[in-house]
Design a protein around this ligand. Sequence first.
Ligand SMILES: Cc1ncc(COP(=O)(O)O)c(C=O)c1O
Length: 500
Amino acid sequence: MASALISRQLALSLQKNLWLSPAGCRYVSKAAPKTQMEFEYDGPSMKTSVPGPRSQELTKQLGEIQNVGAVNFFCNYEESRGNYLVDVDGNRMLDIYTQISSIPIGYNHPALLKLMTDPNNLSAFVNRPALGILPPENFPDKLNESLLSVAPSGMSRVQTMACGSCSNENAYKAMFIWYRNKERGHNTASEEDLSSCMINKSPGCPDLSILSFMGGFHGRTIGALATTHSKAIHKLDVPSFDWPIAPFPRLQYPLEEFTKENAQEEARCLEEVEDLIVKWRQKGMPVAGIVVEPIQAEGGDNHASSNFFKSLRNIASKQGCAFHVDEVQTGGGATGKFWAHEHWGMDDPADIVSFSKKLQTGGYYHKTELQADKAYRIFNTWMGDPSKNLFLSEVLNVIRRESLLEEVTRSGKALLNGLYDLQTRYPSILSRARGQGTFCAIDICDDATRNSLLLKARDKGVLLGGCGDRSIRFRPALVFKEYHVHIFLNVFNDVLAQHK
Ligand SMILES: Cc1ncc(COP(=O)(O)O)c(C=O)c1O
C-alpha cells in the first residue's frame, strides 16, 4: 500500500483542481504565493453533502455493533493527503481539526510512508512488546532520538503510555507516590499501609487530592475524569473524588487591550488556588499536585498569561505540591513553540509534563524526584508502543528540516488576523478571536449557530471542530500554510455571509 501511495503522489502533484474562486464566492482573502507540498491536493472538492450516502450506509452498519452518536462520517485514509481528508463519498475537505488535533504533519506524509517500507523497522510494527518487562534493544536509543530530544527544560526522564488519559492517570499516581514518600520521610510502607490499601482505606490509600481548574479537560478515565470539568456528559453517573476545583481566569480578548482587567481576574483565581490548598489541607486531604493545561482546549480555548502560570508554579512549589502541565493538546508545535509552556519563559516550568496526540505516543516527562521508587507501581502491559517512537523521530526530523514551527507562527498570524477581520465584518455572530500559533479559536453568538456554521463549512469543504459552549477551535496540522489559511477564510466568509 505504501509504495502504491508514494507513486500516486507523483501523479497527484500534476493534477490541478481549480476551485479557489467558485461562482458567487465573496472573495475576502488573497491567496498567498503557493509553496505547495508536492504530495498534496490543490483544494477542497465536494461531491455530496456530508455525511454522503456511503457514510450513512456505513454508519447504519456500525450502529448494529456500537454507539455511533459521535461518528461524523467515514474516511478514505488512503486517498487523504497533507491537509486534506477524503471521505468515502469522494469528498475532499481541508482538515482544520486533524483527528482532534492529533495529526502532526498531515495525512500520508511521504517521510512516514518511507519509514514503513524500511525493512529495519518491520519488527517494530509487527511485534508490539510488553515494554515494561521486555523492551527491544534499540529502545534507549530511540527514546533519546525521539522524546528526549524535545524534553522540556529541567527534565531528562520520560515514561511512555498509550493515550492522553492514561498518561495523566499515571502522572497523578506518580505525584501521589512522591507526596506520600515525602510525608513518610522514607519509601518503606508499613504493615498497616500494605493491609489497608487492599481494602481501599487509609493510610495505605491516603486522603490526598489533585487541584484542577473549572473548564479543564484531562481525560475520561476515573482519576483523570475527577480533574475534568469541561462538559457534564463526560462525567455524568461516574463516581468521583472530592478534590478542589479552582476557577480558571476568564480573560477578555484581544489580550493586549485588557491587560489591567485580565491581571485582576488572574489575581482573583490565584488567590482562590491558595485558599483551596489551605482548605483541603485543613479537611485532611492535602493537595499533592496541581494540574493545568497551558490553554484550556476542550473547555473552550481559554488562555492565561505567562505571569499567571509563573505564579501558579510558584504557589505549587511554596505549598509543596507537584506541578503538572498537561500538554496533551497543546504539545507538539501548534502554538509556534514545541511546548506551549515554553511561551512562559521559565527554566523550571513544571515537575510533570504529559503529552499524547501529535507526539504519536502518550506519556509524561518528569523530574527525577517523581520517578516511582519500585517496579510495577507505574506499569501496564504495553506502556506505549515503540513503533510510535519511530514515527515521532521522523515527525521531528520533518519539523526541523521544514522549519515547521516558524511556518506555524506565520500561518497562525494570518489565521488570527483573518479571524479579527471576520469578527469586524460579522459582529453579531463572531467575537473573542484568540490564539497562539495556529492554536486559535473564535466564539459564535450561540451554540445552535456554532453547530450550524460547522456543518455548513463542512459541506463547503472545510472541516472544523467545536469546543466549550459556543467556540470554534482551529487545530490544523503543522503543514498548514498561509495559502491554506486563505482557502479557509474565503470559505468561512461565504458561510457567514449566507448565514440567516
Ligand atoms: C488536554 C488534554 N488532556 C487529556 C486528554 C485525553 O487524551 P485521550 O483522549 O488521548 O485520552 C485530552 C484529549 O483531548 C486533552 O485535550
